[in-house]
Design a protein around this ligand. Structure first.
Ligand code: UD1
Ligand code: CA
Length: 482
């Protein structure tokens, strides 16, 4: 490849140079039709999740930044579910094609070819079960073809290549063919260079090679890997690009799924530690989905699980022992030993220990939700507090409210849910039952132990309990002489 001329002005790239990168003439074909027998699962393999994202979605995220013209996903096993999942990823130019009988990876690509648009000149083929893939590894495939060779492929030198096709090279080091593990001779099994299953191929050559696949092999399938030997037999070079296992590893069983998820978590934590500036006290017990965002100077304490797009604001302290799903925690908030789902924790709020924030909980700025408090579908205004042992559901709480220990919103009558409103600066006394629908007016009080069934007007005190009766010397008057 000639070195670029540094002195000449290059207002636009000539055609040959454009081949060094992905462009509109590239179609990506993702193979996602297989069942994944080795998973022993009722769910299609590519729909299993690693670090919060399905395997096939991970592959699409590696493709997203590449600017390709078209993405075709081959679906078959649980086609509707896999189709819905890939469409939800929202990539431009994405469509699905069906592979009704799964007769091998070569057969899968055959189904995709008729769907390719006219302007497509190159095809990037990817498995749907390689969640560690990165855009940079794919860019390497484009660089390797350099406009001169018609095909490139990713390979890895494994410590243990078990399960992978072996890359067989000629004496001069060029790639000759790929042999599947089950078809390999003992000598070939000794080869540690494995096939990543990712190829960039000239469209015309691919079309031709696909018509020449046979199924005379251990699995009786049309192997895509055979195109390597076919192209080579026709005198075409396939440029190998060697990538690390941590990028191309395939997931064929649950052990590999767990290992891949660990790599994804580690990668994401590394980004937060080194590039964002987050303190993670114990990375081993801190499990974050890949779409979780944590801001600068936040602190994650041990035993913290953050899932489904949870966002943690600057200087917030989360943990130990928190499990937050789809939550938004504001700056300077603290969340301690808490389970929360679809909840918002406002700036400077304090939550826990041992709180359960259920969906629809919206805690305002500088609020407090303390020990053994459960909330659901609740808006809590600025500076309001629910410090201990309470259940508050289907409720709107104003600002500066105190909900004391043991308060329960009685929101369910056995058929319907009803709402409670607690206006600004109200004080709900200990052990109050608020039988909804009910409103506590602005600045009003309820007496401890009250069962409130009627609205309490602003500024008033409601007492709803029986008066205490004291029977003096009652014990001495008993016959049994206790
Ligand atoms: C494949 C390669 C192997 C390579 C490995 C890398 C072949 C024959 N073997 O093996 O050389 O080392 O990937 O990870 O290509 N699929 C379909 N339709 C089918 C069969 C499979 O869409 O009929 C899809 C699967 O859903 C999966 C992908 O193709 O996402 C790869 O299939 P899989 O069975 O996992 O192939 P490997 O045995 O891993
Ligand atoms: Ca595989």
């Amino acid at each position: 490849m000639p070195a670029p001329d540094q002195t000449a002005p290059t207002p636009s790239l000539p055609d040959d140079d454009a081949h060094h990168e992905a462009a509109g003439d590239v179609a990506v074909v993702v193979l996602a039709a297989g069942k994944g027998t080795r998973f022993r699962s009722d769910l299609a393999k590519v729909l299993h999740r690693a670090a919060g994202r399905t395997l096939v979605h991970h592959v699409l995220e590696a493709v997203r930044p590449l600017d390709v013209g078209q993405v075709v996903v081959v679906v078959g096993h649980q086609a509707d579910e896999v189709g819905a999942e890939v469409e939800a990823a929202g990539l431009d130019g994405l469509s699905t094609v069906a592979q009704v009988d799964q007769r091998g990876t070569g057969h899968a690509v055959q189904q995709a070819m008729p769907a390719l648009a006219e302007g497509i000149r190159r095809v990037l083929i990817l498995p749907g079960d390689t969640p560690l893939l990165t855009p940079d590894a794919l860019r390497g495939l484009f660089t390797a073809t350099g406009g001169e060779v018609p095909a490139s492929m990713l390979t890895t030198v494994f410590d243990d290549p078990t399960g992978y096709g072996r890359v067989i090279r000629s004496a001069d080091g060029s790639v000759d063919r790929v042999v599947e593990q089950r078809d390999a001779t003992p000598d070939e099994l000794e080869v540690r260079e494995g096939n990543a299953g990712m190829y960039l191929v000239d469209r015309g050559l691919l079309d031709d090679a696909l018509t020449r696949l046979g199924d005379d092999n251990a699995q009786g399938e049309l192997y895509l890997t055979d195109i390597v030997g076919i192209l080579r037999g026709d005198g075409h070079a396939i440029a190998p690009v060697v990538a690390p296992e941590s990028v191309i590893a395939g997931v064929n069983d649950r052990a590999q799924l767990a290992a891949a998820a660990a790599v994804l978590r580690e990668r994401h934590l590394d980004h937060l530690l080194r590039e964002v500036g987050v303190t993670v006290v114990d990375p081993v017990t801190t499990h974050l989905d890949v779409d979780v965002e944590v801001a600068r100077d936040a602190v994650l304490l041990p035993g913290t699980i953050l899932e489904r797009g949870t966002r943690i604001g600057e200087r917030a302290v989360v943990g130990p022992n928190c499990h937050l799903t789809a939550c938004d925690v504001g700056p300077d908030a603290t969340v301690h030993s808490t389970r929360a789902q679809d909840a918002v924790v406002g700036e400077g709020a304090e939550v826990g220990p041992f709180a359960h924030l259920r969906p629809g909980t919206r805690l305002g700025v500088a609020t407090k939700v303390g020990a053994y408090v459960e909330t659901k579908n609740v808006q809590v205004g600025e500076r309001s507090k629910i410090p201990h042992l309470a259940y508050v559901g289907d409720t709107r709480i104003g600002t500066g409210v105190n909900v004391a220990c043991g308060v329960i919103t009685v929101n369910y009558d056995g058929r319907n849910k009803h709402r409670t409103t607690i206006e600004d600066d109200a004080f709900v006394g200990c052990d109050t039952m608020l039988v909804a629908p009910v409103t506590i007016g602005r600045g009003a009080y309820t007496a401890a132990g009250s069962t409130i069934t009627d609205d309490v007007p602003p500024g008033s005190l409601a007492i709803a309990r029986s008066r205490q009766v004291v029977k003096e010397d009652w014990v001495a008057r008993q016959d049994d002489g206790r």
